[in-house]
Design a protein around this ligand. Structure first.
Ligand SMILES: Nc1ncnc2c1ncn2[C@@H]1O[C@H](COP(=O)(O)OP(=O)(O)OP(=O)(O)O)[C@@H](O)[C@H]1O
Length: 611
């Protein structure tokens, strides 16, 4: 073994030892770090657990608080309930007490009543026969008084109506009635078969009294906005055909007093014009009579009135025309084989200024049944076609005219008076017209044939575009009374016309969904109705020029609208929301018609003098 230990070796040994120590320290550090990391992990886990536990704790506390709140509110509610139960018990006790009192009182009273009934029975048994008779007489007298009072009331009502009618006549012989029909499946829109369930069929037009219609114009969801319209008579949906006719009937007596009468139904498509004027055709038997409209009922009433006149003094002729696509068709005309065909006719203005349809077929009728027979034959010819609104939509205006010729002594005298009045009026206006100044103006402006024209037609303003120079003194010897010398008027019968008009309905083509030929029909209908509206507007504003000739319809009805006929416009309206704007338009038309102030006719004065 060497004695000397190399220092280097010692150092190396020490270094080795130190390195060993270092390594073991490093291992220890590594171990400690690993431990530290594990401890961190465990700490994090513990922290998470602790946080969760804290949250659960907080939630449990919240739930506890909620439960406590719930307990508190339920306790309060329970207390209230208990108080209410106590109050109810108290009230029940009071009611029971009241009931007991009441029942005992009732018992007492019924006992008293029974006693008094017993007494009365005894008394009645003891009543002498003549006392009973006195009582019976008193009852009879009371009943009589009641009947008298009822009669007085009826007379008073009638007097009021007559006064009302007189007032209307003073206002110008135009009266406007309105009929609101019931809500029908067609109001609900296409494909709807029931009246309920569709917002369109909501009732917005209502007859609120005998003479007032109320319209709720508000849109869905917005506040109520009402408009009121007043007419001479307003019929509610439940009013029957008879009730409607009763209000029209008094007009017919005027026919025999020398007035022309015109009854015209106006309204949008499907509003009930045909139902009102002609009636329902699909029912049979006695029911059919109730469903008859104004035309058949008016014919029956006319013949009834005639039956009260001296026998054989009155004749009635019927003519029926249709205004279809602004053409006048004679529905009673027959072809060579005798088949009914709608034959085209013209409308002209006669020398007396009245409108006339030359060559129009007039059928002599002897009874209302004859009129019905003719009517049902011509209705087959009338243009009809289905639209989205109405399956039997009339595509034309129908004008049924009953001309009454009266030869009774009274009528002949009245006719003489009328002729004289007319001749005098014409002479005066002729003198006014044919003044030297006018002569000069006329000779410079008009061709030679003009002096065949009547003063009435000469006075027509130049703006009236259909001015006809072809007028002759008498175009239709049978149906246009013309001015004649005084010697020839002595036997002229009295002729009056009853015109019954079922107008075609106005329609919005977007809603009715018409195309092709029906679209053209629609535009013709709307144009003629707006011409009618223009005529009324011009008359209401008393404009010098009234555009009768803008349409065949207004030209045909010229005498009835602007002349001295008694005119009744029957406005037909649907009550439903779907047709609100159409209904407003119809009611506006009626209001305009009411504003027309016509001159009191000369024939009225003559008729009054006759009486
Ligand atoms: N007051 C009413 N009561 C019961 N039903 C009615 C009434 N008015 C109309 N109707 C019914 O409503 C429908 C349409 O009526 P109507 O044919 O008279 O309409 P309109 O006005 O003549 O239509 P259009 O102008 O299109 O010919 C018909 O089925 C008719 O029976």
């Amino acid at each position: 073994m060497p004695l000397f230990i190399n220092r280097n070796q010692i150092f190396a040994h020490q270094v080795h030892l130190l390195e060993h120590k270092l390594r073991s320290k490093e291992d220890r550090i590594l171990e400690l770090e690993t431990e530290n990391a594990l401890l961190h992990l465990r700490l994090a886990e513990c922290m998470g657990k602790l946080r969760r536990e804290l949250e659960e704790d907080a939630q449990a506390k919240r739930q506890l608080q909620q439960q406590r709140n719930l307990q508190r509110t339920s306790h309060t509610a329970l207390t209230k309930l208990m108080t209410q139960v106590q109050e109810l018990r108290r009230e029940l006790k009071e009611v029971r007490a009241l009931y007991t009192d009441f029942s005992s009182e009732m018992e007492n009273r019924s006992k008293q009543v029974l006693e008094s009934v017993d007494c009365l029975c005894c008394a009645s048994q003891t009543l002498r026969g003549n006392e009973v008779e006195t009582l019976q007489a008193q009852v009879a007298a009371l009943e009589r008084t009641l009947q008298e009072e009822q009669e007085k009331c009826r007379t008073e009502k009638m007097r009021r109506r007559l006064l009302h009618n007189a007032l209307i006549e003073l206002r110008g012989n135009i009266r406007v009635h309105c009929r609101v029909r019931p809500v029908l499946p067609l109001d609900g829109g296409q494909g709807t078969s029931s009246v309920s369930g569709s917002p369109w069929s909501q009732e917005v037009v209502q007859a609120i009294s005998d003479d007032t219609v109320l319209v709720n114009c508000a849109k869905a969801g917005s506040p109520i906005m009402n408009k009121m319209f007043e007419f001479e008579r307003v019929h509610a949906p439940e009013d029957s055909q008879d009730a409607v006719f009763e209000e029209v009937k008094p007009l017919l007596t005027s026919l025999l007093d020398g007035y022309n009468v015109c009854i015209m139904a106006y309204g949008q498509t499907g509003s009930g014009k045909t139902h009102t004027m002609i009636g329902s055709q699909d029912s049979s038997g006695p029911e059919q009579e109730n469903m008859q409209g104004i035309i058949p009922k008016a014919a029956a009433e006319l013949f009834r009135l005639i039956s009260e006149q001296p026998e054989g003094t009155h004749t009635v002729e019927v003519s029926v025309v249709e205004v279809y696509n602004n053409e006048v068709l004679d529905l009673l005309a027959k072809d060579e084989e005798g088949a009914a065909v709608g034959m085209k006719r013209d409308v002209i203005t006669t020398s007396t200024g009245t409108s006339e349809v030359p060559c129009l077929t007039h059928e002599l009728v002897q009874s209302p049944a004859d009129v019905l027979c003719l009517l049902s034959a011509v209705l087959r010819l009338r243009a009809q076609s289905p639209t989205l609104i109405h399956t039997d939509s009339s595509r034309s205006h129908l004008i049924v005219t009953l001309t009454v010729t009266s030869r009774s002594p009274n009528a002949l005298a009245l006719a003489r008076r009328l002729q004289r009045v007319r001749q005098d009026t014409q002479r005066v206006s002729h003198r006014e017209w044919w003044s030297p100044r006018c002569q000069r103006a006329a000779s410079s402006r008009r061709p030679a044939e003009d002096h065949t024209l009547s003063p009435a037609s000469k006075r027509r303003p130049a703006g009236d575009r259909a001015y006809s120079p072809t007028s002759s003194p008498c175009l239709s010897p049978c149906h246009s009374p013309c001015p004649s010398p005084r010697s020839s008027i002595s036997q002229t019968p009295l002729r009056t016309k009853l015109q019954l008009v079922d107008l075609a309905g106005s329609e919005c083509v977007g809603v009715s969904g018409v195309t092709g030929a029906a679209l053209w029909e629609s535009s013709c209908i709307n144009r003629s109705l707006s011409a009618l509206s223009d005529v009324l507007g011009a008359l209401a504003e008393q404009r010098p020029h009234v555009p009768y000739r803008n349409s065949k319809l207004t030209h045909l009805l010229q005498d009835s609208i602007g002349g001295d006929a008694k005119l009744l416009v029957m406005l037909c309206v649907s009550p439903a929301q779907r047709f609100l704007s159409d209904s407003l338009q119809t009611l506006g038309f009626g209001s305009r018609a009411r504003q027309v102030q016509r001159q009191t006719p000369n024939r009225k004065n003559a008729a009054l003098k006759m009486k």
